[in-house]
Every structure is written in C-alpha cells, then in structure tokens.
Write a protein that binds this ligand. Sequence first.
Ligand SMILES: C[S@@+](CC[C@H](N)C(=O)[O-])C[C@H]1O[C@@H](n2cnc3c(N)ncnc32)[C@H](O)[C@@H]1O
Length: 238
Amino acid sequence: MALESQRVESVSEDGKRSIKSFVLRGSRLAPYQKEALELYGEQFVIPFDDTRMLSFAEIFENDNPVIVEIGFGMGHTTERIATQMPFTNFLAIEVFLSGFTKLLSAVGRKSLTNLRLMRFDAVEVLEHMVAPSSVAGFHIFFPDPWPKKKHHKRRLIQEAFARLLMDKLVPGGYIYCVTDWEEYGQQMLDVFDSIEGLHNPYGTYAPSRSWRPTTGFEQKGLQKQHRIHEVWVEKNRG
Ligand SMILES: C[S@@+](CC[C@H](N)C(=O)[O-])C[C@H]1O[C@@H](n2cnc3c(N)ncnc32)[C@H](O)[C@@H]1O
C-alpha cells in the first residue's frame, strides 16, 4: 500500500457530514514530506479508523491529561506548547498536508513523545474515535472565519460541534478558542453560552494565556490591525 494512503488520511466530500469546515487543496507529497512520514509516521501519526476508540493511556503510555488541538496550521504553536508542557499529552489534528508534515518533522526530530498527530476531519475523529469525558482541554486557535454570510455554515464553532466538544471533555475541562474575527468571536461566546453544562468564568472574552505563543494566523491578523478575541469556557464539574 502506498505510504500516502497508509499514513495520510484524505477526506472525501461524500462522507456523512456534507458541509465541511475546510476545503482540501492538492495533496501530493513532496520528497521532504515523504521523508518525514517514513521516518516518523509510525511513531507519531495515528491513522483514522472509525471502528476503534483511542486509548490515550496506551498511546502515550501514561495517564497525563490530554489536550486536543484542532486545526494547528503549520504547527509552530503546537510544538512550542507541547515542549513547554511535557506532563501534558497533545493530540493535534489538521487536514492541511503541508502543515501536518511540517509538524510531524519537528516532532520527530525533537522526539516530542507527548504529541501525536492525525490528518483527518477533527469532527469525525471526535465523533468516532474519542471517548466521552476523556479530554482535558481543546485548543482551537484561529479557526477559519468563513467571513461571507453564505459560508457561515462552514464555521467550526456551531451548536452541534460545541455539544460534541462538551461531551468529550472531562468535568472541569476547558475549550480555548481564539479568533481575530470580531463577529466570529461573538458567535463563539453565544454558542458556548447556549450549551447546558458549559460555563464561561469570565462572562465575556478571556485574558490571553501567557503560555500561548502567537500563531501564524494571528500574526497575519495583527498585521491587519485586527483585535484578538480569546474565548475560554469550562465544563461544569457537577
Ligand atoms: C485559519 S487556519 C489556523 C491555523 C493555526 N491554528 C494558526 O492559528 O495559525 C485554520 C486551520 O484549521 C484547519 N481545519 C479546518 N477545519 C478542520 C477540521 N474539521 N479538522 C481539522 N482541521 C481543520 C484548516 O486546514 C486550517 O489549517
């Protein structure tokens, strides 16, 4: 079987969920990407398999809390946070091939054993492979804003997805979303507000976490003088 199909999952538009939060562009592997997969794929990449639930304890060989990052882009932030927090495990999910192989290469070279990657639609990964009450936190930094009104339905942060996140969180677990799109930030606040079982300890936008490095997309937003909006909500404990 070709390495690409073994290790790099592709997402078809004819799956169950017809409206996707992303558009896949050319997914041919360049030589350096093949090399990253050959060297590090076995150890750090988890293939999509909708017949099995992930056992984080088996994957990471410890019981440390697990953070799931959705849409890591080029992965610089992911790598830095995972390096800063060796006693936290990270499952980083992205569909964009170039960023995926970039992070894989960095993780492999640094032997970041607290991080695993998946290249698949995060919604399907959560639905089929992640057990309820098993995730300590979600990082969703600068999700695609889909600014045109006719594309708003593609936005990731919507009620059904927020419920899915809530279901996967451990009690006390958090969802941390950041955007430079004011009106999407308001949508995030409203959507999370509407979900029973979640609460926003700040009542509005949250302060920035000191451990969150500036992301690639954030940099672009800042260059355009966009304000950054941080949303932090938690799952109720009782
Ligand atoms: C605007 S970029 C932000 C990337 C990065 N977090 C940053 O701040 O630089 C959003 C990323 O989310 C990814 N993405 C969108 N929907 C996704 C999904 N359902 N599953 C996995 N990744 C997704 C896209 O491929 C894209 O790379």
